[in-house]
Design a protein around this ligand. Structure first.
Ligand code: NI
Length: 172
């Protein structure tokens, strides 16, 4: 296991559409353990593989926020198969856009189909923070960032700020 460097805005890899995992191979297990270590180190509640530069449809989430009782959840090839009409607004952040937050409205509950590390198909219904988080991470797999859900003004402002910082070779 190792902590991998995070891909930060405006890195164009964040806009890639990630590839399906396909057959679960040893390589994916290694990737997942690196993702978990990187996510816990950050710390963050969710991570998509592209955030460490790997364009595969792999997501790790742990919404427990308790380092003594970790509850990692791993999603391979996740897809939303149902979402509620009711919405929920949450002040989202992203490890690829450090120290920036914005309120995003998303369906309050979703049903997600995915495969686990044993290559078994699973389905869960998520609400609350898990629902928000899984939708945020699935967006990453499609090259979408939470700032895309904000007003154009806010998005342009944060994008410019990070582009300038990247030019200077420092964090925003
Ligand atoms: Ni994110």
């Amino acid at each position: 296991m190792s902590i991998r460097p995070l891909v930060i805005l405006p890195d164009s890899r964040l806009r890639l559409v990630s590839e399906p995992v396909g057959v679960v191979i040893t390589e994916i297990r290694g990737l997942v353990s690196d993702m978990l270590e990187t996510m816990y180190d950050a710390p963050g509640v969710g991570l998509a593989a592209i955030q460490i530069g790997v364009p595969k449809r792999v997501v790790t989430i742990d919404t427990s926020k308790d380092e003594n009782a970790r509850q990692p959840q791993i999603f391979l090839d996740p897809e939303v198969v149902w979402s509620s009409e009711e919405k929920r607004v949450y002040d989202e952040g992203c490890l690829s856009i450090p120290e920036y937050y914005g309120e995003v409205e998303r369906p309050e509950r979703v049903r997600v189909r995915f495969r686990d590390l044993d290559d078994k198909e699973q389905e869960i219904e998520a609400d609350g923070l898990l629902a928000t988080c899984i939708q945020h991470e699935i967006d990453h797999l499609n090259g979408i960032l939470f700032i895309d859900h904000l007003s154009k003004l806010k998005r342009d402002r944060v994008t410019k700020k990070f582009a300038k910082a990247a030019k200077r070779g420092e964090a925003a």
